[in-house]
Ligand binder design. Sequence first.
Ligand code: 13P
Length: 263
Amino acid sequence: YMNITSLDQMIHDTVAKYLKKQLIVAGNWKMNMTVQEGMNFLEKIGNTDANVIIFPPYTTLALLAGEMRKRGIHYGPQNFHFLDKGAYTGEISIPMIRELGCGFLLAGHSERRQYYNETDDILQKKVVKGVSSGFQVVLCIGENLEERKSGKWRNRLAEQMILDLKDLGHHELDSVLIAYEPVWAIGTGVSASIEEIEETHCFLKAFMRKIFGRELPILYGGSVNENNALKIGACSVVDGFLIGGASLDPDKFLKIIEISKRV
Ligand code: 13P
């Protein structure tokens, strides 16, 4: 008889053979993690050769940029302005972010759209600014519960992609990753179902082929955790995760990183 561990290993080897991809594991710390807490977290994570990106709050980002780089972790801010400088109290600019050696920018998170009036018009300016400044931009899109239930989610997602990625050339699109985050699945503990994720990512990829003539990578976000990551990551149309809650716990985050290498 085969024991469970070797059976488990066999399944993973088989899965790995058919799906050779390295998923992207992005953590959005939101308004969590002081510098001290971030340092403790990074010490537990150690060095990694996986595709890991962390979006810490600004203060933690500034003070731990070197620590993240040392460990092979990519990093960037959760927001940025589309102008280089000026009288915009509370904002942060691309030159400030560049100074920290960031490679990635997060744009259009639903919390920023919802609480800080970030419109598609503003986002379009941010995306152009980010990619033309040489960064990889992770653009978040997602529908709310009402749009999901009424079937209007396709229109909403199409609208966000068209408006937010307007005026980008073919070459500039190389620097854009999409994070599909259904608003109703964020922070609820219940992710979208595998069927919903597959259907939505397939729709997005088909839509991109139609309007851009190519596909962009799509991360899924919304209650991803160490228990559902394998199943979600095994979908061929999922290129990685954008993780909130589970990215704050080093043990959970490490498990997801391990899964990203195995899938
Ligand atoms: P949760 O993983 O906590 O649901 O958050 C998802 C998210 O908003 C990541 O940007």
